[in-house]
Design a protein around this ligand. Structure first.
Ligand SMILES: Nc1ncnc2c1ncn2[C@@H]1O[C@H](COP(=O)(O)OP(=O)(O)O)[C@@H](O)[C@H]1O
Ligand SMILES: [Mg+2]
Length: 148
């Protein structure tokens, strides 16, 4: 599925649609180069889940956790850019953070990738003129609830 995201308002709308579809255990795997819009989309999802404050980019901390009641679901926002080996996710304790939570992953390929998980929605962002385009592919758990 292809979603056209010509401006920031479209990004907000798409983030809201994603947030409404999310269930615990899901992964939003956001790929695309620097500036593709990964953090922008992650922020839109986190805000739509109820978070009102700032959403720091986790590029330094790698992992940022959001817990209810300020968000509808427990949420882990990760930026794996700085990982050099997928095994480093074990050292971080990623699986413990993910228990019962949604994972929003930037640079998922640096963490070994998540597309093999049925709850993974892979979102590849690319530039399209001034805006962006998303190529979206869902695992088996996403059948019938693909956001648009
Ligand atoms: N759909 C869009 N249309 C236009 N500009 C966008 C869109 N999405 C993101 N941007 C802009 O692109 C820039 C980089 O976005 P960012 O989310 O930080 O990228 P990434 O996390 O992939 O490196 C930001 O200035 C942001 O405002
Ligand atoms: Mg980013």
């Amino acid at each position: 599925m292809i979603v056209e995201l010509p401006d920031l308002a479209a990004m907000e709308r798409f983030g809201k649609a994603l947030a409404e579809a999310l269930r615990p255990g899901d992964v939003l795997a956001l790929s695309g180069g620097l500036g593709a819009g990964k953090t922008t989309l992650a922020r839109a999802v986190i805000a739509a889940l109820g978070h009102t404050g700032e959403v720091p980019s986790p590029s330094f901390a790698i992992i940022q956790v959001y817990d209810p009641p300020t968000v509808r679901l427990p949420l882990v926002h990760a930026d794996f850019y700085r990982l050099t080996r997928a095994e480093e996710t074990d050292e971080i304790g990623l699986d413990d953070y993910r228990e019962g939570a949604v994972l929003i992953a930037e640079w998922p390929e640096h963490a070994g990738g998540f597309a093999h998980e049925p709850g993974c929605l892979s979102i590849a962002l690319e530039t399209a003129g001034e805006g962006r385009r998303a190529i979206v592919e869902g695992g088996a758990d996403w059948l019938g609830r693909m956001p648009r």
